[in-house]
Design a protein around this ligand. Structure first.
Ligand code: 5GP
Ligand code: MN
Length: 338
């Protein structure tokens, strides 16, 4: 964030504001951690602040400090719209195009108030008065920590704020192992532990609350995996019927896509998950090294994200989606075999 932006934010926050904080649709640990961490910080500053999520999120995030006050735009639509109507400032966290909020997009577009974006995805849109965008960052939570620092309030980070920010950094870095994890990420995390984030407890809350049905679904996913050594690619499919048979709950497939990358020689992994309600196949893409899944998702599957982790969708049925994917993959043979 440059000096002019810091001055702008300081000036905005020097007045009492009615603030709404929004994560992307299907928020993950980073999106929720950033929103809840920032919300608790703004309340510490004496501001009025609310988190409105476009839709529901996984149970393994519902223990986070401040979670009970999150408003779900789908389920509490009137209350959410009222807060958005009254808002004087809107923060958008962990995304950079309003379309990433799904149904909320049209409401957000109408609001003529100051937007502040904090985000680490590529190619940010230009809707915000203040755009704090940095694709080199491990997570939006690391940026929220920096943001609080730029305002001069690192000492005001409470253990609840620290817990939220730690959670998001942990989930977005694959527990501090992805390429974007810097020495500075570790310095931030160390300070968050000093400020009261209980690292062992947070890991347990997020990763050790499996249900038997989720583990059985993982078994199905792994046996469905198709490995294409000539393309250094592995992909998983899960149909709606398979999800239904295993009592699928939001978040149950989190992390499944990464198993493909644990195979020796595989650098591109995907999971295709059927969603009959939305009439789409949701796709998660991961890579190691220089192959950009952000570009792949953007060009072929109406998506985007980061170089090594992206998402997208297909409007075709599963069989046709996979056929189309296999055709597209042929054109990447040399890129995947540099
Ligand atoms: P995931 O595969 O875990 O859903 O998402 C991986 C990354 O890609 C995340 O950073 C997420 O924000 C981004 N992402 C997921 N789905 C989409 C999408 O449909 N469009 C865009 N632009 N980004 C996405
Ligand atoms: Mn993120």
């Amino acid at each position: 964030m440059n000096l002019a932006d810091i001055t702008t934010v300081k000036s905005i926050l020097s007045q009492p504001q009615k603030i709404v904080i929004v994560p992307h649709k299907n928020p993950d640990g980073d999106a929720m951690g950033a929103c809840l961490g920032l919300c608790l910080f703004l309340k510490e500053m004496g501001q009025t602040a609310h988190v409105i999520s476009p839709n529901d999120y996984p149970k393994f995030l519902k223990w986070m400090p401040g979670n009970d006050e999150v408003i779900n735009f789908e389920w509490e639509n009137q209350e959410a719209k009222k807060l958005l109507d009254e808002a004087t400032v809107i923060f958008t966290l962990d995304f950079n195009e309003l379309s990433r909020t799904g149904q909320m997009e049209s409401v957000l577009k109408e609001r003529e108030v100051d937007f502040i974006m904090i985000d680490h995805h590529q190619q940010p849109g230009d809707y915000a008065k203040v755009t704090y965008s940095d694709v080199s960052m491990s997570s939006t939570c690391e940026m929220v920590y920096n943001f609080i620092g730029y305002l001069g309030y690192v000492d005001s980070i409470t253990s609840d704020i620290a817990t939220n920010l730690y959670t998001g950094i942990m989930t977005d870095t694959g527990s501090f192992k992805y390429r974007s994890t810097s020495s500075n990420t570790h310095r931030v995390v160390a300070d968050l532990i000093d400020k009261g984030a209980d690292n062992m407890e947070i890991h347990q809350q997020v990763f050790d609350t499996n249900s038997p049905s989720r583990l059985h679904l993982l078994g199905v996913a792994l046996s469905n995996m198709v490995i294409l050594p000539e393309y250094k690619t592995a992909y998983i499919t899960l149909t709606q019927a398979e999800l239904d048979q295993h009592d699928f709950k939001k978040g149950d497939t989190e992390g499944f896509v990464n198993y493909g990358l644990t195979l020796e020689g595989i650098i591109f992994a995907l999971i295709f998950i059927e969603n009959k309600d939305e009439g789409i196949i949701k796709i998660s893409l991961r890579s190691v090294g220089d192959f950009s899944v952000n570009q792949f998702a953007r060009e072929h599957f109406s998506g985007g994200g980061h170089d090594n982790a992206a998402g997208g969708k297909s409007d075709l049925p599963m069989k046709e989606t996979i056929e189309r994917f296999n055709e597209i993959l042929k054109t990447y043979k040399s890129e995947l075999n540099p």
